[in-house]
Write a protein that binds this ligand. Sequence first.
Ligand code: PBG
Length: 327
Amino acid sequence: MKLNIQRPRRNRQSAAIRGMVQETFIHPSQLIMPFFLLEGENQKVAIASMPGIFRYTIDEAIKEAKSCAAMGLVNFILFPVVEENHKDKHATYSYHPDCFYLKAISTFKKELPDCTVITDVAMDPYSSDGHDGLYENGKIHNDQTLHILGKMSVAQAKAGADIIGPSDMMDGRIGFIRNMLDENGFDQLAIMSYTAKYASCFYGPFRDALDSAPKEGNKLTYQMSPGNQREALIEAQLDEQEGADYLMVKPALAYLDVISLLKNNTNLPIVAYNVSGEYAMVKAAAEKGWLDEKASMNEMLTSIKRAGADIIITYFAKQFVETNFKG
Ligand code: PBG
């Protein structure tokens, strides 16, 4: 019997050959490590649903960030854990001069001047309602929210942020924030837009970490429906027209098709957010001995990259670099 002349297995014969034909690689420069920041000092608090990830006071976060930087992991995204007494309906603490998060941004830039500091722009960490927009009688006030997001962005810009990350999903926010930044002299500050952010159950552990879950209602009127793909293109077109510098898809693993769709419809860099629940699933299965942790992490991140992500935000960033690149 004569087999087909093509034999794909020829290119899989040794590690060296497999390495040569491998199409997708992840370099530490393409990873972003998230940090959850606490007010105060000298504290490092575990998060039950995210083994290996901590909430840090600024001093402790800087130590950890320096250890990341030493291994070539130099891009960080910062999230604040805000104390309940600082929260109010209009998230005013987010742009208050004494806000510890703004101080954290400055400290990161002072201690790690060559690293990238990406910030979070959304009301939910500071909102007594736990929503990303101004919430009243069951409704989100979109356009009133834009003014709050604008003030928050300018405050973060003044604190020294390198990239602003609006994660709120209000309509028109990229253009509004872009204008406000430009008017205040920050025309070089980039915007990483959470373009296609789905209303996902995979954010559960993050909301535990920040204690930021909605007190009432849900996020379905602003985050996207998991069943929709073409709607992501509408969001992408708007963000691009409004001046976004990066387009993000979030979550990542359950939305690989959306990553690939956006990749094929824009020339902007695509960011994928490998979210807290996606991290927790691997950690939990590995703890039970049901999955090989390193192999799962590597395969998951590779698939996100292969789908078209240029950049990945992942809680695995440090572990990935440590286990694949060090030594
Ligand atoms: C909220 C925000 C969320 C995440 C990042 N920013 C949660 C939400 O929308 O409720 C989730 C990140 C993760 O799960 O890792 N502005």
